[in-house]
Design a protein around this ligand. Structure first.
Ligand SMILES: Nc1nc2c(ncn2[C@@H]2O[C@H](COP(=O)(O)OP(=O)(O)OP(=O)(O)O)[C@@H](O)[C@H]2O)c(=O)[nH]1
Ligand SMILES: [Mg+2]
Length: 441
């Protein structure tokens, strides 16, 4: 099969000091010699060169060129990187030259796909590159880097190896049965499968921390009308996002702001005040508030400290996991009794008192629930589905009445695990994964 050579802008488009154009495929070495009108430079060393249009001889730009001969490149193919001046005219001129030399523009994700197909990277590592590019906070960056380093892939490959071994054992037993063994699984294989099932279940019961860290953690602010929820949101966001007024029932829609909370990506949601109402718009707002609070990872239940009558429902809320109680308007309370303790924080959205403490507690809670652990976490629902599938087959293997049936289930379990790193026939999966990549990656 003839493999085309491709190219794409690898850096962001627009005016910049430098832009990087990446070329990959069997023809790119020849293309570089034509562009520079010089022999190939030393591999992997930045070399200053002038680039010409080989047809017209027109000078395109002057820049650094890098030559990565296969297989020591990102894609595993011959790769060339042109570091030229940023800007449209340069890009346009070089694009025309590359097209005239027979290269074609890369499809989204095509460089990464080639890296996978040449065995340079497994799927979890490639997904990690996408996550790193999308990372907005430090914790997201750390998680992506760890996965890119292959930690998650190694964990799953390790499990797959254990299963492949168990399968070999099982098949040997089927081919060479011992007279005195009863049907079903031998003790050794049964133990191996049961052990692995336990590890898989533990890994799956992780509170979705890896996925949450990737996509963002939701914190809902809720409470009765007029207690200062919107004021608190504005304070925490450090801008005037939500309307604040002394009229109870001001907020109707859910208002979201994105924060970097100590390195964690957090979406903070202000909601309508909770109360009995006959106004249909307010009723809908309250319905939305409750739904969002249900779906949120954490809740800030806000109360008005200057109005003790509204403090009744605290005990109910306080016992709900993932809920911090915030007593607002501390500036209106006489000093005694307004001491933050445990999950109850006294603050004033008006003066800002107590907010640092609230932020610290919130960050600590987010970090405890969603921070990186020593073992890698799964980061995508694609992984979760494959692991569940694997676990189902293992459970079925354990209860199979005949070893042949058990073996078939173990084979399917191996396949499910392999689909995470791409160690099986996953052609249909690939399209889904690479489709979301941007061009040049
Ligand atoms: N003294 C004092 N007043 C506050 C404080 N926080 C909010 N307020 C006032 O309380 C009133 C209600 O504030 P909002 O932030 O609109 O309250 P809310 O909970 O969003 O109200 P709804 O949207 O109606 O549910 C406004 O007049 C605010 O200025 C505070 O810490 N101290
Ligand atoms: Mg409000």
């Amino acid at each position: 099969m003839q493999i085309d050579s491709i190219f794409a802008l690898a850096s962001a488009a627009g005016r910049a000091g430098i832009q990087v154009i990446r070329l990959s495929g069997p023809g790119v070495g020849a293309v570089l010699t034509r562009l520079t009108a010089r022999p190939l430079p030393k591999p992997r060393l930045a070399t200053l060169a002038r680039l010409f249009n080989p047809q017209s001889g027109d000078l395109l730009d002057e820049g650094l060129v890098l030559w990565f001969p296969a297989p020591g490149s990102f894609t595993g193919e011959d790769v060339v990187e042109l570091q030229v001046h940023g800007g449209r005219a340069v890009l346009q001129a070089i694009t025309e030259a590359l097209l005239s030399l027979g290269l074609r523009p890369a499809e989204p994700g095509e460089f990464s796909r080639r890296a996978f197909e040449s065995g340079r990277l497994d799927l979890t590592e490639i997904e990690a590159i996408a996550d790193l590019v999308d990372a907005e906070t430090a914790a997201q960056r750390h998680q992506a880097l760890r996965q890119m380093d292959g930690a998650l892939g190694r964990l799953y490959e390790g499990w797959r190896t254990v299963l492949v071994r168990a399968l070999a054992h099982l098949e040997a037993e089927i081919d060479f049965p011992e007279e005195d063994l009863p049907g079903g699984l031998s003790t050794v294989v049964r133990e191996q499968i049961a052990n692995l099932s336990k590890q898989l279940s533990d890994h799956l019961a992780d509170g979705q921390r890896g996925e949450r860290l990737r996509s963002g953690i939701t914190v809902a602010i809720l409470g009765a009308p007029n207690v200062g929820k919107s004021s608190l949101l504005n304070r925490l966001a450090q801008r005037d996002v939500a309307i604040v007024s002394p009229i109870a029932g001001t907020t109707r829609d859910i208002i979201e702001v994105h924060l970097d909370l100590g390195g964690y990506p957090v979406t903070l949601c202000d909601t309508a005040g909770l109360r009995e109402s006959s106004d249909p718009v307010e009723v809908e707002g309250i319905r939305r508030a409750l739904a969002r609070s249900e779906a949120a990872d954490l809740r800030l239940f806000v109360m008005d400290g200057s109005n003790p009558s509204g403090m009744n429902d605290v005990s109910a809320m306080n016992h709900r996991s993932g809920t911090l109680v915030v007593v607002n308007k501390a500036d209106l309370i006489a000093d005694s009794g307004s001491v933050s303790s445990g999950d109850t924080r006294f603050v004033s959205a008006q003066t800002g008192a107590g907010l640092d403490g609230l932020l610290a507690v919130l960050t600590e809670e987010v970090s405890r629930r969603f921070g990186l652990r020593s073992e890698p976490s799964l980061t995508r629902s694609r992984h979760r589905l494959a692991l569940r599938d694997c676990l189902d087959h293992l459970q079925r293997a354990l209860s199979a009445p005949l070893s042949d049936l058990a073996a078939e289930d173990v084979r399917l379990a191996v396949r499910a695990l392999g689909s995470i790193t791409g160690r099986v026939d996953v052609e249909d999966l690939l399209d889904v994964i690479f489709r979301d990549f941007c061009i040049g990656k």
